[in-house]
Design a protein around this ligand. Sequence first.
Ligand SMILES: Nc1ncnc2c1ncn2[C@@H]1O[C@H](COP(=O)(O)OP(=O)(O)OP(=O)(O)O)[C@@H](O)[C@H]1O
Ligand SMILES: [Mg+2]
Length: 313
Amino acid sequence: MADSLTSETDPIEVKVRDIYEQAYPRIREVRNPIEAKKILREEYKLIVSEGLITLVFAAFIDGLPVLFEGPPGTGKTEIGEALLSLWAGRKAIILPCSENYDEYRVLGDFHPMKAYKEGFNEESFIPRPLLAALILDSGILIDEIRRSSEEFQNLLLDVIDKRRIIIPELKKVYKAKGIGFQLIFTSNPEDLAQNELSDAFMRRVVRIKLDYPPPDKEIEIIRLRLGTVSSLISEDMMMKGIEAINVLRKSDLMYKPGIADSVRWMGISARIAMLRGHERVSEEDLLEGAKATLLKRNDEEEAVIKIIKRFFG
Ligand SMILES: Nc1ncnc2c1ncn2[C@@H]1O[C@H](COP(=O)(O)OP(=O)(O)OP(=O)(O)O)[C@@H](O)[C@H]1O
Ligand SMILES: [Mg+2]
């Protein structure tokens, strides 16, 4: 089997560039944690600690993939995508997992009609995201890894270990070109409908736990995300709101609000206040906002409103 792909004229490499380069353009490469922290805040509106960034970049230097584990809405996907993008200097590819994912969906596939007429060759081959990331030397975020099958996880382990992908039908081996090609997995271990991750998988990854932030951090995130409109919400109201959110998180309700929910709640409440001509967000505005953003299940509506009313109204 010939090693390919040092040449930019390889037909598969040309295809990858045609298909993926526009959607995943080059950006400035940033591998310094302090600089990355600043850019994450200013450009991505993400508040991430220098410690976490350092850990992720250290794993990348060692060629180890990272597993972000945590409850829903704690920034796993967005922070992962942003860190991979900065590290590689190219917008990262996101691959959402599902049970029926296999090598054809992630490495490459053959166009059925073309393969039927012309055979399994470069013409009929369609490169998929994991191969594309390897060829472009970019990062790939494998989202919700627990939703995939064990076979799929094993396939990934092989790619991680060898940093290469074999396409037997084409008699080709594609090797990673640099250290831009990195993987971040995300998972929510509390999600009951999901599969376990194997020991073989866990041995190979650096596991980083993400959790709900302390109230003052969450308020900082909300203010950063909402921009000037957040000045309508007093610090006091904001703090009470986050306290209510944390009661919901610790309750035995099925739906637990994530950070995105608290951002939306405060955002909508501020708009309601604006439209009502209020100078500041009132308790009533927050109650209305909560009804619009925090009620996610018919059978839990009453319980959620009861908790919110303990704080507002
Ligand atoms: N550290 C953070 N800084 C700024 N915003 C954040 C942060 N963490 C979470 N968020 C907010 O939460 C939203 C959800 O983040 P994200 O989708 O990445 O979470 P997740 O953990 O992948 O959730 P899910 O389990 O639902 O997939 C973001 O769009 C953002 O509004
Ligand atoms: Mg996610």
